[in-house]
Design a protein around this ligand. Structure first.
Ligand SMILES: O=C(O)[C@]1(O)C=C(c2cccc(Sc3ccccc3)c2)[C@@H](O)[C@H](O)C1
Length: 149
C-alpha cells in the first residue's frame, strides 16, 4: 500500500519562531518543529515534505506543486497571510487537497484582525492555541484520518 504524503507549509516570519515573543509562540524553533514532525512521520509511516516561505506567491506555487506530487493532505500555518490571502485560499481550493489550518497562538484571544481567517471555512480541521504541540496533533490526524486517505 502506498504511504500517505503530507506537506507542512509555514508562512511568513515562522522561520523566526522561537526567537522572540516566547510567551506567545514558545521557545522552539521552526527547525525543532520540523525535526520532530519528521520523526513522527517516520513513526506514522507517512512521507512528510516541509516548506516555509515569507512570500505569498511561493506558498501558492508550493500548494500547486502538491497536486502534481499526489499529496494526500496539507498542514498549513499561513501566519499573517491567514488574515489577508485570497490567493492562498484560491490555491488550496484549486488543488482540491484536504488541509488542516494550524496556529501556534490562540488567534481568537489576540487582536481583532487575527480573528478572521480566509481558510477556516474550508479546512477539514483547525488547530489553534496549543503552541507547537499543535503540529503533532495535526500530523497524527492527517496520518490516520480517512478524510486524508
Ligand atoms: O499563531 C500563529 O501560528 C500565527 O499563524 C502566526 C503568526 C505570526 C506572526 C508573526 C510572527 C510569527 S513567528 C515569530 C514570533 C516571534 C518572533 C519572530 C517570529 C508568527 C500570526 O501572524 C498569526 O496571526 C498567527
Amino acid at each position: 500500500m502506498t504511504r500517505r504524503s503530507i506537506v507542512l507549509i509555514n508562512g511568513p516570519n515562522l522561520n523566526l519562531l522561537g526567537t522572540r515573543e516566547p510567551q506567545i509562540y514558545g521557545h522552539e524553533s521552526l527547525a525543532d518543529v520540523v525535526a520532530l514532525a519528521k520523526q513522527n512521520a517516520e513513526r506514522l509511516d507517512v512521507k512528510l515534505y516541509d516548506f516555509q516561505s515569507n512570500h505569498e506567491g511561493a506558498i501558492v506555487d508550493r500548494i500547486q506543486q502538491a497536486r502534481e506530487e499526489g499529496v494526500n493532505g496539507i498542514i498549513i500555518n499561513p501566519g499573517a497571510y491567514t488574515h489577508t490571502s485570497v490567493a492562498i485560499r484560491d490555491a488550496l481550493l484549486g488543488v482540491e487537497i484536504p488541509f488542516i489550518e494550524l496556529h501556534v497562538s490562540n488567534v481568537h484571544a489576540r487582536e481583532p484582525f487575527r480573528h478572521h481567517s480566509y481558510f477556516s471555512d474550508k479546512a477539514v480541521a483547525i488547530i489553534v492555541g496549543f503552541g507547537v504541540k499543535g503540529y503533532e496533533y495535526a500530523l497524527d490526524f492527517v496520518a490516520t484520518s480517512p478524510k486524508f486517505a
